[in-house]
Ligand binder design. Structure first.
Ligand code: SF4
Ligand code: SF4
Length: 141
């Protein structure tokens, strides 16, 4: 019998609650993210880390505003850099770890109301892999 879960829309629909934009340490930025965002906000990429990042281990994460949310989150629950938001934000929740450990999906769903629970692991792995591949391809172009 055909599965009812075939595409990303069958397992995830962002509720725009903004919870994933709140709190320290979540949003890693790549070198390419830094360039993309800098161009978008018309800022010198060489100064970006000093102005918009903190460190988490050996990597850079977007810093927080006074409200405890990502510096690029505004009070109307919008990402102000949506078209160029970091790879990590674009990818969520279709991330590599789910392909390997699909059992993590439901735990992640506890903090993201857009993620549907109780998806058969096989379907989950297939959809996540498909989405990730699409994003990776588009990120390279
Ligand atoms: S926590 Fe989930 S549902 Fe809420 S804004 Fe983030 S991705 Fe969307
Ligand atoms: S870059 Fe945008 S989507 Fe990502 S955490 Fe910041 S406000 Fe949220």
């Amino acid at each position: 019998m055909d599965s009812e879960f075939k595409t990303c829309d069958d397992i995830f629909e962002c509720q725009l609650c903004g919870d994933c934009c709140n709190g320290f340490g979540g949003t890693y930025v790549t070198r390419q993210d830094i360039i993309n965002i800098s161009i978008y906000i018309n800022f010198d990429p060489k100064k970006f880390i000093g102005r918009y990042c903190d460190t988490s281990g050996s990597r850079y994460v977007l810093t927080l505003g006074k409200d405890g949310c990502c510096i690029f989150f505004d009070k109307n629950k919008h990402c102000t850099i949506h078209p160029v938001k970091p790879y990590m934000c674009k990818a969520w929740p279709f991330i590599q770890t789910i392909i390997k450990y699909p059992e993590n999906w439901d735990a992640m769903a506890n903090s993201c109301p857009g993620m549907k629970k109780d998806i058969p692991y096989k379907d989950l792995q297939k959809i996540v892999a498909m989405e990730k591949e699409g994003l990776d391809k588009s990120s390279r172009t």
